[in-house]
Design a protein around this ligand. Structure first.
Ligand SMILES: [Cu+2]
Length: 393
């Protein structure tokens, strides 16, 4: 008996450890929206059935192993049996029935998840009231997410080439801002390899494929922040390709839209003016700032593929959602941002020479200070609540 105690203790400890992560960001077992609940309503009973089957099979195997062990009490062979028609029929039929039932409910769940609502919400965009059928165009790219909002809808727009998408009302990165209580349709594509969009509290995974549009949806029941992660291995910094859905009340969402549709304000501070000049000469070949170089949007930019910086400060994370833009006290995390501008590939591995990710820009320290002064003018800081809730480790 003694020799079983150690392995049994280890298995027990492993099980206990596996249950340790309370409040795990990517927990699939705490749905916070109707689509995630649909999945949960399938996976919970399936897990239960699988658990019962597990106990019966392993319990039964263990019992037989114990009951018919060779205890060397005699040297006789036990009675040799071969085949039992009834039992074999039984253990073919029972699993078949279980699998068919699970299959039926799986198909029902899949159908539910692939059905899209015809919902709409009134929104004021740049002073005009429009009816927005909530949808966001999602672009995956090594190794960050772009979110594009077209409030007039995307019907009639050519979304087939993710490298040259039509100008949008709002373009942001890594933080998908949505109104609560609305089903948001995602129209997703990739600029390079296959990625997968996954915000487990709101819905399951869906692949994001270059040259194709895939559809998915999300809905949050409560205002809050829901963490996600690219979940299709996509190269070097795959694990650093994260995102968050930030669900706001309709009024807060409207206020966010009001800010985001504005072009960048002219800087007034001398350092920021100098920083803007550096942006125009060194960064504008990749990044867009509305009101500064958006007229070149989709033209000469390298692959048209770096985060739009117009409202950088309204986000709280950057570089695939792995760095905090703000300290927990709400002040700018200057050290991290400067390090990023000094040598981005040292902060987040990327093949910059292969036009993946942000290259080291070779800026001097004064230039970095000026650029930071300029970046600080871009966009409105979010509330402390959002800063705290969106903080990443
Ligand atoms: Cu990816």
């Amino acid at each position: 008996m003694q020799r079983f105690l150690r392995p049994a203790g280890m298995v027990g400890a492993l099980l206990a450890l596996a249950g340790c992560a309370a409040d795990a960001e990517l927990d699939t077992l705490t749905p916070k929206g109707p689509d995630a609940r649909t999945i949960d309503a399938l996976s919970d009973p399936v897990f239960l059935v699988a658990g019962v089957v597990f106990i019966i099979i392993f319990g039964g195997t263990g019992y037989l192993w114990w009951r018919f062990r060779d205890d060397h009490s005699d040297e006789e062979y036990p009675e040799q049996v071969h085949g039992n028609f009834r039992l074999e029929i039984l253990w073919t039929i029972i699993p078949t029935v279980i699998l068919v039932v699970i299959g039926v409910f799986t198909i029902i769940t899949l159908t539910d998840l692939n059905r899209y609502e015809d919902n709409a919400m009134a929104l004021s965009v740049d002073g005009d009231t429009t009816t927005w059928e909530p949808e966001v165009v999602v672009v995956g790219q090594q190794w960050w997410w772009e979110y594009r909002y077209y409030f007039g809808g995307t019907e009639g727009l050519d979304l087939s080439d993710a490298r040259h998408l039509p100008p949008a009302d709002i373009v942001t990165a890594n933080q998908l801002v949505i109104p609560v209580g609305q089903e948001i349709e995602l129209k997703m594509s990739s600029r390079d390899v296959i990625h997968s969009h996954w915000i487990p509290a709101l819905n399951g995974k869906r692949d994001v494929v270059p040259g194709r549009t895939t559809y998915w949806k999300l809905e949050a029941e409560e205002p809050g922040v829901y963490f996600g992660q690219c979940t299709e291995f996509c190269g070097l910094s795959h694990s650093r390709m994260r995102m968050q859905a930030v669900a706001l009340s309709p009024a807060d969402f409207q206020a966010w839209v009001d800010q985001q549709v504005q072009p960048a304000a002219e800087p007034t501070d001398p350092a920021a003016i100098a920083g803007m000049a550096i942006f125009e000469s060194q960064c504008a070949r990749c990044h867009v700032i509305d009101g500064v170089n958006d007229e070149t949007k989709g033209a000469d930019l390298i692959a048209n593929a770096a985060p739009n910086l117009t409202h950088l400060m309204s986000r709280t994370t950057y570089a695939g959602g792995i760095f905090n833009l703000y300290e927990p006290d709400g002040s700018l995390d200057r050290t991290q941002l400067e390090a990023w501008l000094r040598n981005a590939p040292a902060e987040k591995p990327a093949y910059a020479e292969g036009r993946r990710g942000m290259p080291a820009m070779g800026l001097g320290e004064t230039e970095i200070d000026d650029v930071v002064a300029y970046l600080e003018t871009l966009g409105t800081r979010p509330s402390m609540d959002v800063i705290v809730a969106t903080e990443v480790e």
